[in-house]
Design a binder for this molecule. Sequence first.
Ligand SMILES: NC(=O)N[C@@H](CC(=O)O)C(=O)O
Ligand SMILES: [Zn+2]
Ligand SMILES: [Zn+2]
Length: 349
Amino acid sequence: MTTDLTITRPDDMHLHLRDGDMLKAVTPHTSADFGRAIIMPNLVPPVVHTEQARAYRERIMAAVPAGHAFEPMMTLYLTESTEADDVIAGAKDGLIKAVKLYPAGATTNSSSGVRDVSKVMPVLEKMADAGLPLLVHGEVTNAEIDIFDREKVFIETVLDPLRQALPELRVVMEHITTKDGADYAAAGNENLAATITTHHLIINRNHILVGGIKPHYYCLPVAKREEHRLALRAAAVSGDPRFFLGTDSAPHTTSAKESACGCAGIYSSINTMSCLAQVFEEEGALDKLEAFASLNGAAFYGIQPNAQKMRLTKQDEPVSYPGTVVVGDETVTVFDPGYPLHWKVENLG
Ligand SMILES: NC(=O)N[C@@H](CC(=O)O)C(=O)O
Ligand SMILES: [Zn+2]
Ligand SMILES: [Zn+2]
């Protein structure tokens, strides 16, 4: 039984750092354990222009503690008035690593998102030419579509037609939550990949709803049935290069989540690597953790794996991590996997 594992320092290919006090509070948790992260642009107002991304990157770097080797990989928020020239110039400059498509109204801070994909085709065509990835929050927003079906319907009615119209476009299906998503990604070519979150490997929809409503397990896309969680686990531990870690760690204040209309998002940056080691151990696949967390994402984005290493050691005593993080007068509640974690994380040089 493996109890000691050293892997390449991981990357988080889907992360929300927010801004202001929240940014200052949460960034050190990511920069401690991750070499790079794809930074989501859904601030208020969203990061839509290259110059906004440049300024945001500087605010992030100012929040990284001395001694942490961390590189934020910036993205732009696609709107129906995005100018292709700005996006491509940002990408050529090396600052912009991807563009994020939020269907308008699908998730937190997505009201400026895209209503009609045909309106952004000129931008997507230029991105395809430049090899710049499109990251998709893959849910339709039609009121008549059940929220548990929104990912599957998005794949059928938006994603697949888009990929057929523009096969050269590189696409990441962000935070997949269904067997349908995993199967579609696995059937794709080298232009398609999918991120999987930590929490969707651990919780199913019962965790949200059985025994009282649990707002800290509510995120979008919402966790699905157990069969979907098992399909996501199989994809994550498969070693298939199309699947890699994007925690979707998405901090909201505890009060904003424990509300009559609670926000969507789960904060997992602090304990993600301990959680993942436990998941991969349960699956008898600790040898695949490095591919999922440290190698596959870098390969998709065309960057070298991090030079540093992370050591994971299984100990008898549960590891301790804070249940909440203080942000100003508020707190952020940390993801509770529902059981003690036994894998200790050490960042090596
Ligand atoms: N995942 C979430 O539930 N929330 C994210 C937005 C997103 O990634 O869809 C957030 O910004 O809070
Ligand atoms: Zn999303
Ligand atoms: Zn997200």
